[in-house]
Design a protein around this ligand. Structure first.
Ligand code: PMP
Length: 393
């Protein structure tokens, strides 16, 4: 049965530039999810229906593993990156020692780290970042020299700015000191290559909906052979080798696998095309608005992300004045909360600058026409808000 999905923003609907919040579902993922939902069977059952469900999970595990260049047995399916981060940090911290992370991590890491270390004062070290969002490696090195570190958790790509972390030297330094390395790679996976056969991470978290899979499904990579105390979040059946009890979300997992495969096959072309569109968006905004600033160095960012500060122009007012563009203030997880972006503050921006920043995130279905529409709406909205503010002052 044929399925049709609207992947490109029609002129009548809003231009969707919020891929870092969630990407539109890829048609391959939709097909695989629906196909799995049309059949019955618990992946743990031993009869034919159960084996069919288990086959779908098996295929998806291989597809996700292939995307990461790891082995299928190293993938634990979860409800998303939040759960994967919780699981990873909980198990690694139980090794005993300090937990090191950075000031720009997603709340799924920062809040987990705080909760785990609440009864052990001094056991959490949060590394600062520079004005471009790069983690302070000297601080990391000093922490390793001081000793007693159990695990370091650093994100592969930042969800608000797209700034990339150069993981290879971090892994090297950490492993030389016998320290485990976890990376929240939620924003990187499916957008840029990651090769776990090369980059020797111990633990990695991902979420399917960021690369065109369904929401509510993700995975934790746990490198074979690493020694971790058994610390599940959920107790129950022995699914996922005891790491994650509960009936498997077969449909979601099947969709995650199909999305991983589609992303892997198109990644090289997509990354280049998306980076060109992102650059066009930035250049047009800089030229037409004049007074604006891009956060994070261009050559160290995800291809599809731009975080732009329009000084003195509140982002909430600008976004309200451009309802035909779906973009966001900082991250979706913190939007709605009155506090400014902790990421931009950590990069040395003022509260006012952080509140005047918009994140556009592009993806596989973004077109040149979308960018033209987004530029004209944004320029119009910024001018409107600036005029209203100058009249009011
Ligand atoms: N980490 C990062 C970097 C993210 O961007 C997100 C999603 N915003 C998460 C973790 C949480 O992912 P999920 O919603 O799938 O739990």
């Amino acid at each position: 049965m044929g399925l049709s999905v609207t992947l490109q923003s029609p002129d009548v609907g809003p231009v969707y530039l919020d891929y870092n919040a969630t990407a539109p579902t890829r048609p391959e993922a939709l097909e695989a999810t629906l196909a799995a939902m049309r059949t019955v069977g618990n992946a743990s059952s031993t009869h034919q229906s159960g084996r069919d469900a288990a086959d779908r999970v098996h295929l998806a595990r291989r597809q996700v593993a292939y995307l990461l260049s790891c082995s299928p047995g190293e993938i634990i399916f979860t409800s998303g990156a939040t759960e994967a981060n919780n699981l990873a940090l909980r198990a690694a911290f139980a090794v005993g020692g300090r937990l090191v992370t950075s000031a720009v991590e997603h709340p799924a890491v920062l809040e987990t780290a705080k909760a785990l270390t609440i009864d052990a004062p001094g056991s959490l070290l949060t590394l600062p970042v520079d004005a471009d969002g790069a983690v302070d490696l000297d601080g990391f090195h000093a922490a390793l020299v001081a000793g007693g570190v159990a695990v370091v958790s650093l994100m592969a790509a930042n969800n608000e700015t797209g700034v990339l972390t150069d993981l290879a030297p971090i892994v090297q330094l950490a492993h030389d000191a016998g320290v485990l390395v976890h990376s929240d790679a939620t924003q990187l996976v499916g957008r840029l290559p990651i090769d776990l056969a090369e980059t020797d991470l111990d633990l990695l978290s991902l979420s399917a909906h960021k690369f065109g899979g369904p929401q509510g499904v993700g995975a934790l990579f746990v490198r074979r052979g690493i020694r971790l105390p058994y610390r599940p979040l959920l107790f129950g059946g022995g699914q996922e080798r005891g790491w994650r009890a509960g009936t498997l979300n077969v449909a979601g997992i099947a969709g995650a696998g199909a999305a991983a495969e589609a992303a892997r096959l198109s990644m090289a072309d997509e990354a280049f095309r998306i980076a060109c569109l992102r650059d066009a968006l930035e250049e047009a905004l800089v030229e037409q608005v004049g007074d604006c600033r891009i956060n994070g160095a261009r050559n160290r960012r995800l291809p599809g992300v731009t975080s732009i500060t329009f000084p003195g122009t509140p982002a909430d007012a600008v976004l309200a004045a451009m309802p035909d563009v779906a973009a966001s203030e900082g991250s979706a997880c913190s939007s709605g909360a009155p506090s400014p972006s902790h990421v931009l503050l950590a990069m040395g921006r003022s509260r006012e600058e952080a509140d005047s920043t918009i994140r556009f995130s592009l993806g596989y279905a973004t077109t040149a026409h979308d960018i033209e529409r987004a530029v004209s709406s944004t320029v119009h909205a910024v001018r409107l808000v600036q005029e209203a503010m100058s009249v009011a002052s």
